[in-house]
Design a binder for this molecule. Structure first.
Ligand code: GRF
Length: 202
């Protein structure tokens, strides 16, 4: 299975996935690391590690249709089977979502369907969790569909919120959990997708 990781930031989830592949825990190859930001630190790390990289910037294209066409062309050229969003802060064009139906996953640093949707990214999520007085937070992994953070949840893991938690301390514990859960879930998806690929003779 060929996977493409999309990121906009540091890329620690990307690194956790790359490490799990290296250790033989995920039967897949990272065929492409892509970002909407040419200067995303995670993209530089990926390039330094020798991965293929791509930049997808909407403003480089006259309209949404040509942007989607370019993204799809790159993904098809690389024969990408699964798109893994890891801190990717842009919407995926609807045409790409349709072409990769059930083949795009995202990780969210809270227990969806709560604390998701527009504006709920980075520290905003952890601040909102603490302000709500929730006793638990955690990690959600879901299929990406046309709506932000609304696709089918495929895995969730919980942690308690501590009395003295700050957004930073909560974020750090949640991120650690992300680094465990995302590779696990991608490993399971790889088993399924690999057997489908064998079945289809690819
Ligand atoms: C993670 O907290 C993830 O849940 C969210 O963005 C963050 C990405 O972190 N979608 P990193 O770039 O993988 O370090």
């Amino acid at each position: 299975m060929n996977l493409s990781v999309f990121l906009s930031g540091t890329g620690t989830n990307f690194m956790a996935i790359a490490e799990a592949i290296e250790q033989g825990k995920i039967q897949a190859k990272i065929i492409l690391v892509a970002s909407n930001k040419p200067d995303a630190p995670g993209l530089k790390t990926a390039a330094d590690m020798g991965f293929n990289t791509a930049v997808f910037q909407r403003q480089d294209y006259p309209d949404g249709a040509s942007f989607a066409t370019y993204m799809l062309d790159v993904l098809k050229q690389r024969n990408v089977h699964l798109i893994v969003l890891a801190g990717y802060l842009r919407k995926i064009p609807p045409r790409v979502i349709r072409a990769y139906r059930d083949r795009i996953v995202n990780i969210h640093p809270a227990l969806l369907p709560d604390f998701g949707g527009k504006g709920m990214y980075g520290m905003n999520v952890h601040k909102a969790v603490l302000e709500s007085g929730a006793k638990e937070s955690g990690v959600s992994i879901h299929i990406v569909d046309e709506e932000y953070d609304r696709g089918r949840i495929i895995a969730q893991r919980r942690i308690p919120v501590m009395k003295d938690d700050t957004p930073d301390s909560l974020a750090a514990r949640v991120l650690k959990l992300e680094h465990q859960l995302y590779p696990e879930v991608i490993g399971e998806l790889a088993v399924r997708i690999n057997s489908e690929l064998v079945g289809s003779g690819e």
